[in-house]
Design a protein around this ligand. Structure first.
Ligand code: UT7
Length: 317
């Protein structure tokens, strides 16, 4: 059994906030942001919500896969930033797209969320429970940002990415790896709007940037070696490494560590900023629409973020 991505879609809000616009709001500069992160701009939602963006991305992925919504067995939405708790975003998406036969639930594993959701769907396929799943990462991080904190407001953006995953009868072995380290959770934290007085965390995203940076550049190369070992592949055999789009310097450092050319690490963070669980499916859709993903290509996809969580998988396109 192999859980193959057979369709992708994405949605980004119209308002593209560049570094110059941000530098009128906080004490920062285009030069600082670009040199420390690679980010030039990010999309910021005005009327869009986690659900509306998820629905738009989902419809595109379904069209791209050439399936009927009624053929979807499971909808998972990964998000940390939904405007509502009940009903869950996945049920709203299920209704909006007419996936009448699907089960639906949300999942929160922050920037590793799309990877976790994909692995849950693939495990259900392996268990023979489902054949087709719709996995979505949708984030409206502008809901959670303190727009006076220059350490975080320059990093994040809004958007959604979706993938249709279909069960294929195949003997391709697909290792999945997920990790967490909850003891370090305070390094990237945010309370919800409800019962916030009982939470040790503040009302906006707090991040110890240096701690997260160090964690990512240490753990992601190790994670990739773990995935390579389990898939029986060498690092040279991998065509593309699709990593969570948080910071160009993190990705460059990982490429160096693996001694692989940076051209094998496509990026779109320059225009999108960090969109947490949406970053990987939006990148997948960008590459898919540009025709850069060829049949048989070998990919390693990996994410990392709050929790702390990190995980990844080997995929063949
Ligand atoms: O998806 C979750 C994953 N998150 C991440 O991957 C984030 C990982 N961390 C990072 O990307 C980096 O740590 C940042 C980009 C957030 C920060 O870069 P840094 O090189 O670690 O900077 P820093 O926090 O150590 O700050 C260096 C200096 C400080 O000034 P002093 O104390 O040296 O005078 C900051 O106050 O830069 C200052 N600074 C800024 N200056 C201009 C911090 N933010 C800004 C800013 N503009 N936006």
């Amino acid at each position: 059994m192999y859980a193959k991505i057979t369709g992708t879609g994405s949605y980004l809000p119209d308002h593209l906030m560049d570094n110059f616009e941000l530098s009128e709001m906080v004490d920062t500069s285009d030069e600082w942001i670009q040199s420390r992160t690679g980010i030039k701009a990010r999309h910021i939602a005005e009327q869009d919500t986690v659900v509306s963006m998820a629905v738009s991305a989902a419809k595109e992925a379904i069209r791209n896969a050439g399936i009927e919504p009624a053929g979807i067995d499971l909808v998972i939405v990964s998000s940390v930033s939904a405007e509502q708790i009940l009903p869950c975003a996945a049920c709203e998406v299920q209704a909006a797209i007419g996936a009448d036969n699907a089960a639906a639930f949300d999942l929160n594993a922050a920037c590793t969320g799309f990877i976790s959701a994909y692995q849950v769907a693939a495990a259900q396929m392996k268990a023979g429970l489902i054949r087709t799943a719709l996995v979505i990462g949708s984030e409206c991080l502008s809901n959670l940002i303190d727009w006076t904190d220059r350490g975080t407001c320059i990093l994040f953006g809004d958007g959604a990415g979706a993938a249709v995953i279909t069960c294929q009868d195949s003997n391709i072995e697909v290792p999945f790896v997920l990790h967490s380290d909850g003891a370090k959770g305070a390094a990237l934290s945010c309370s919800s709007g409800f019962g916030a007085e009982k939470s040790p965390y503040g009302n906006h995203i707090f991040m110890d940037g240096r701690a997260i940076y160090k964690f990512a550049v240490k753990q992601i190369p190790q994670l990739i070696h773990e995935i390579l070992e389990q898939s029986g592949r060498s690092v040279e055999e991998i065509d593309l490494f699709l990593l969570h789009q948080a910071n160009e310097r993190i990705i460059t450092s990982i490429a160096k560590h693996l001694q692989q050319d940076i051209s094998k690490f496509p990026m779109n963070l320059q225009e999108n900023g960090n969109i947490s669980s949406a970053s990987i499916p939006v990148l997948l859709d960008d590459l898919n629409r540009q025709g850069k993903l060829k049949p048989g290509m070998k990919l390693i996809v990996a994410g990392f973020g709050a929790g702390l969580t990190w995980g990844g998988m080997y995929l063949e396109w």
